[in-house]
Write a protein that binds this ligand. Structure first.
Ligand code: RP5
Length: 162
Protein backbone atom coordinates (compact mmCIF):
# COMPACT_ATOMS: atom_id res chain seq x y z
CA UNK A 1 0.00 0.00 0.00
CA UNK A 2 1.15 3.55 -0.66
CA UNK A 3 2.21 5.83 2.24
CA UNK A 4 0.80 9.17 3.31
CA UNK A 5 3.22 12.09 3.51
CA UNK A 6 2.53 14.64 6.25
CA UNK A 7 4.25 18.01 6.33
CA UNK A 8 3.76 20.78 8.87
CA UNK A 9 5.09 24.31 8.61
CA UNK A 10 6.44 24.38 12.15
CA UNK A 11 6.86 22.06 15.11
CA UNK A 12 4.34 24.37 16.81
CA UNK A 13 1.72 22.71 14.56
CA UNK A 14 2.46 19.27 16.04
CA UNK A 15 -0.28 19.19 18.70
CA UNK A 16 -2.94 19.57 16.02
CA UNK A 17 -1.29 17.38 13.39
CA UNK A 18 -0.73 14.44 15.77
CA UNK A 19 -4.47 13.75 15.63
CA UNK A 20 -3.96 12.76 11.99
CA UNK A 21 -1.23 10.31 13.03
CA UNK A 22 -3.69 8.51 15.35
CA UNK A 23 -6.29 8.10 12.61
CA UNK A 24 -3.74 6.74 10.13
CA UNK A 25 -2.41 4.33 12.79
CA UNK A 26 -5.96 3.11 13.50
CA UNK A 27 -6.39 2.26 9.81
CA UNK A 28 -2.94 0.66 9.58
CA UNK A 29 -1.77 3.21 7.02
CA UNK A 30 1.94 3.92 6.88
CA UNK A 31 2.98 7.58 7.02
CA UNK A 32 6.03 9.78 7.17
CA UNK A 33 5.95 13.22 8.81
CA UNK A 34 8.30 16.21 8.48
CA UNK A 35 8.58 19.84 9.50
CA UNK A 36 8.90 21.64 6.17
CA UNK A 37 8.10 25.30 5.65
CA UNK A 38 7.07 27.01 2.43
CA UNK A 39 8.79 30.14 3.73
CA UNK A 40 11.72 28.94 5.81
CA UNK A 41 12.73 25.85 3.80
CA UNK A 42 11.23 26.42 0.34
CA UNK A 43 13.72 24.18 -1.52
CA UNK A 44 13.00 21.32 0.87
CA UNK A 45 9.27 21.78 0.26
CA UNK A 46 9.76 21.62 -3.51
CA UNK A 47 12.05 18.57 -3.30
CA UNK A 48 9.65 16.71 -1.02
CA UNK A 49 6.77 17.31 -3.43
CA UNK A 50 8.74 16.54 -6.60
CA UNK A 51 9.97 13.22 -5.19
CA UNK A 52 6.74 12.25 -3.40
CA UNK A 53 5.48 9.79 -6.03
CA UNK A 54 8.81 8.01 -6.46
CA UNK A 55 9.12 7.85 -2.65
CA UNK A 56 5.91 5.83 -2.46
CA UNK A 57 3.40 8.42 -1.31
CA UNK A 58 -0.20 8.26 -2.51
CA UNK A 59 -1.34 11.58 -1.04
CA UNK A 60 0.12 14.41 1.03
CA UNK A 61 -1.32 16.20 4.05
CA UNK A 62 0.09 19.71 4.54
CA UNK A 63 -0.62 21.70 7.70
CA UNK A 64 0.30 25.33 8.20
CA UNK A 65 -0.85 28.44 9.98
CA UNK A 66 -0.82 32.20 9.37
CA UNK A 67 0.00 32.96 5.68
CA UNK A 68 -0.36 29.24 5.00
CA UNK A 69 1.26 28.61 1.63
CA UNK A 70 2.63 25.16 2.39
CA UNK A 71 -0.20 23.06 0.92
CA UNK A 72 -0.26 25.18 -2.22
CA UNK A 73 3.51 25.11 -2.58
CA UNK A 74 3.47 21.31 -2.27
CA UNK A 75 0.57 20.98 -4.73
CA UNK A 76 2.44 23.19 -7.20
CA UNK A 77 5.17 20.55 -7.41
CA UNK A 78 3.22 17.29 -7.61
CA UNK A 79 0.03 16.03 -9.22
CA UNK A 80 -0.60 13.78 -6.19
CA UNK A 81 -3.69 14.76 -4.14
CA UNK A 82 -2.80 17.36 -1.50
CA UNK A 83 -4.96 17.85 1.59
CA UNK A 84 -4.52 21.13 3.45
CA UNK A 85 -5.05 21.66 7.18
CA UNK A 86 -5.32 25.34 8.09
CA UNK A 87 -3.83 25.74 11.58
CA UNK A 88 -5.25 28.15 14.13
CA UNK A 89 -2.03 29.84 15.22
CA UNK A 90 -2.41 33.60 15.00
CA UNK A 91 -4.36 36.67 16.04
CA UNK A 92 -6.84 35.88 13.24
CA UNK A 93 -7.86 32.54 14.79
CA UNK A 94 -7.04 30.46 11.71
CA UNK A 95 -9.19 32.41 9.22
CA UNK A 96 -5.96 33.64 7.61
CA UNK A 97 -4.68 30.07 7.19
CA UNK A 98 -8.09 28.82 6.00
CA UNK A 99 -8.30 31.37 3.21
CA UNK A 100 -4.64 31.01 2.24
CA UNK A 101 -5.04 27.24 2.00
CA UNK A 102 -8.45 26.95 0.34
CA UNK A 103 -8.33 29.79 -2.20
CA UNK A 104 -6.13 28.08 -4.75
CA UNK A 105 -6.16 29.24 -8.37
CA UNK A 106 -7.65 26.84 -10.94
CA UNK A 107 -5.46 23.91 -11.94
CA UNK A 108 -3.66 23.44 -8.61
CA UNK A 109 -6.26 22.19 -6.12
CA UNK A 110 -5.78 21.76 -2.40
CA UNK A 111 -8.52 19.72 -0.68
CA UNK A 112 -8.90 21.90 2.40
CA UNK A 113 -10.40 20.60 5.64
CA UNK A 114 -11.67 22.66 8.59
CA UNK A 115 -9.40 24.85 10.71
CA UNK A 116 -7.40 22.36 12.83
CA UNK A 117 -9.27 19.52 11.06
CA UNK A 118 -6.45 17.00 11.27
CA UNK A 119 -8.70 13.97 11.79
CA UNK A 120 -10.66 14.66 8.62
CA UNK A 121 -7.45 15.25 6.69
CA UNK A 122 -6.38 11.73 7.67
CA UNK A 123 -9.80 10.26 6.88
CA UNK A 124 -9.72 11.83 3.43
CA UNK A 125 -6.20 10.50 2.88
CA UNK A 126 -7.39 7.00 3.85
CA UNK A 127 -10.34 7.32 1.46
CA UNK A 128 -7.95 8.22 -1.36
CA UNK A 129 -5.76 5.17 -0.70
CA UNK A 130 -8.87 2.98 -0.32
CA UNK A 131 -9.76 3.60 -3.98
CA UNK A 132 -7.10 1.04 -4.83
CA UNK A 133 -7.24 -1.12 -1.71
CA UNK A 134 -10.30 -3.26 -0.97
CA UNK A 135 -9.13 -4.14 2.56
CA UNK A 136 -8.77 -0.48 3.46
CA UNK A 137 -12.15 0.26 1.87
CA UNK A 138 -13.76 -2.37 4.11
CA UNK A 139 -12.05 -0.85 7.17
CA UNK A 140 -13.67 2.47 6.25
CA UNK A 141 -17.07 0.77 6.02
CA UNK A 142 -16.53 -0.78 9.49
CA UNK A 143 -15.49 2.59 10.89
CA UNK A 144 -18.66 4.22 9.55
CA UNK A 145 -20.82 1.45 11.04
CA UNK A 146 -19.21 1.87 14.47
CA UNK A 147 -19.57 5.64 14.27
CA UNK A 148 -23.27 5.31 13.48
CA UNK A 149 -23.75 2.82 16.32
CA UNK A 150 -21.99 5.20 18.76
CA UNK A 151 -24.40 7.98 17.81
CA UNK A 152 -27.41 5.67 18.27
CA UNK A 153 -26.06 4.49 21.65
CA UNK A 154 -25.53 8.11 22.73
CA UNK A 155 -29.13 8.95 21.89
CA UNK A 156 -30.41 5.88 23.80
CA UNK A 157 -28.35 6.93 26.82
CA UNK A 158 -29.72 10.46 26.60
CA UNK A 159 -33.29 9.16 26.53
CA UNK A 160 -32.60 7.13 29.70
CA UNK A 161 -31.29 10.25 31.45
CA UNK A 162 -34.30 12.42 30.59
C1 RP5 B 1 3.43 28.67 9.92
O1 RP5 B 1 3.51 29.68 10.85
C2 RP5 B 1 3.49 27.40 10.71
O2 RP5 B 1 2.79 26.40 10.03
C3 RP5 B 1 2.85 27.75 12.02
O3 RP5 B 1 1.48 27.39 12.07
C4 RP5 B 1 2.99 29.27 12.09
C5 RP5 B 1 3.86 29.73 13.22
O4 RP5 B 1 5.11 29.10 13.15
P1 RP5 B 1 6.17 29.29 14.33
O5 RP5 B 1 6.52 30.74 14.34
O6 RP5 B 1 5.46 28.85 15.61
O7 RP5 B 1 7.32 28.39 13.98
O8 RP5 B 1 4.47 28.73 9.02
Amino acid sequence: MKKIGIVMGSISDFDVVKKAFSVLKDFGVEYEAHVISAHRTPEKAADFAKNAKSNGFGAIIAAAGKAAHLAGAIAANTPLPVIGIPIKSSALDGMDALLATVQMPAGIPVATVAINGAENAAHLAVQILALEDEKLYNKLLDFRKKQTQNAVDADNKLQEML
